[in-house]
Design a protein around this ligand. Structure first.
Ligand SMILES: [Zn+2]
Length: 272
C-alpha cells in the first residue's frame, strides 16, 4: 500500500512537471506561431525524429485548430494585420524546405484550406547543415532527407495558401560569419527567391535560431518585414520586436494533449 502511494506520488510529480498544469493560458488575442520541420513518419533509430511530425498527428492538430475556430495567416499577413488580429490567430511555419512539406503536409493544408509559411534554404539539396551548430551532429541524416524541388514550390505558391520565406542560402551559423557572408546569406537569398519564383520574399528565419545584433540589422536593411527565431513562446505583436519573434515548437514527440497545452501556453512544461 505504501509503495503504491509513493508510486502515485512520483507519477503525479512527473506529470505535473511534464505538463506544468499551474501555468496560465496566454491571452488568446496574442497570435500563435507554430514551428514545424518535417511532416513524416519517424525513422527507426534516427537522431532527428523530434523534427518529424507524423502526418496522422499533423492532421489531428490542423483539424483541432479548425474545429476550435482558429484563423490562419501567413507570416507576412500576420505582421500586416498585427493591430487588428482576431482572437485565436495562428501562423503555421515550416523550416528548411523538406519535400514532405509538399507530399505530406500540403494535401492536409489544402483539405482544411489552411495557410502556412515555408522558410526555404536556397542551396538546400545535398547539404548537411546540422554540423554548423555542433560538429558531432554530422551523420548525414538531414542531408539525405529529400528537399523541395522548384516545381513543387511553384505549385505551393500557386495554391494561394503558402508563403515562401527565406532561411538563408546555406543554413549557416550566422553569428560566426563575416559581415559580407552574413549579407550573402540574408540579403542574396531573398533576391534569389524573388527572382526564381516571381514573388515577394518578406519573411525570414534565422538558422538554428542563432543570430546577433548585426544579423537583425541586415535583416531589416534587406527589406524583410519580419523574422522568426526558435525561442519558445507567444508574442504580443504590438510590443514585440518583429525581427525576433518567438515560436511554439511542435515536436514529433508531442501527443495531442501536449499540442493543446502548447497552443494555450506556448510551452508544454516548464521549458519545453
Ligand atoms: Zn533550419
Amino acid at each position: 500500500m505504501e509503495y503504491l502511494l509513493i508510486f502515485l506520488f512520483i507519477l503525479a510529480i512527473y506529470y505535473s512537471f511534464r505538463y506544468a498544469w499551474w501555468t496560465k493560458t496566454v491571452n488568446l488575442k496574442y497570435p500563435r506561431i507554430l514551428m514545424y520541420h518535417m511532416i513524416s513518419k519517424h525513422k527507426k533509430g534516427a537522431k532527428f525524429n523530434g523534427l518529424r511530425v507524423d502526418p496522422i498527428e499533423f492532421e489531428k492538430q490542423i483539424k483541432y485548430l479548425v474545429d476550435t475556430g482558429w484563423t490562419f495567416f501567413t507570416m507576412s499577413e500576420l505582421i500586416n494585420s498585427k493591430s487588428s488580429l482576431p482572437n485565436k490567430s495562428v501562423a503555421i511555419t515550416f523550416d528548411d524546405g523538406y519535400e514532405d512539406n509538399f507530399t505530406n503536409a500540403f494535401p492536409i493544408l489544402e483539405k482544411y484550406n489552411v495557410k502556412a509559411t515555408i522558410y526555404l534554404v536556397v542551396h538546400r539539396h545535398n547539404r548537411e547543415w546540422s554540423s554548423k551548430r555542433k560538429k558531432k551532429n554530422n551523420n548525414g541524416e538531414l542531408k539525405n532527407e529529400p528537399k523541395l524541388l522548384d516545381e513543387q514550390i511553384v505549385k505551393l505558391i500557386n495554391s494561394g495558401l503558402i508563403e515562401i520565406g527565406s532561411h538563408t542560402m546555406t543554413h549557416n551559423n550566422l553569428p560566426t560569419l563575416s559581415s559580407n557572408d552574413k549579407k550573402n546569406e540574408i540579403y542574396n537569398s531573398k533576391i534569389i527567391i524573388e527572382e526564381n519564383f516571381k514573388i515577394k520574399c518578406n519573411s525570414f528565419c534565422y538558422p538554428f535560431g542563432l543570430y546577433d545584433n548585426e544579423d537583425i540589422q541586415i535583416t531589416k536593411d534587406s527589406f524583410y518585414t519580419n523574422a522568426v527565431t526558435t525561442k519558445k513562446g507567444i508574442n504580443n505583436l504590438t510590443k514585440a520586436n518583429i525581427f525576433e519573434l518567438d515560436r511554439i515548437t511542435i515536436s514529433g514527440k508531442d501527443n495531442i494533449l501536449a499540442f493543446k497545452i502548447k497552443l494555450k501556453r506556448g510551452l508544454r512544461g516548464l521549458n519545453k
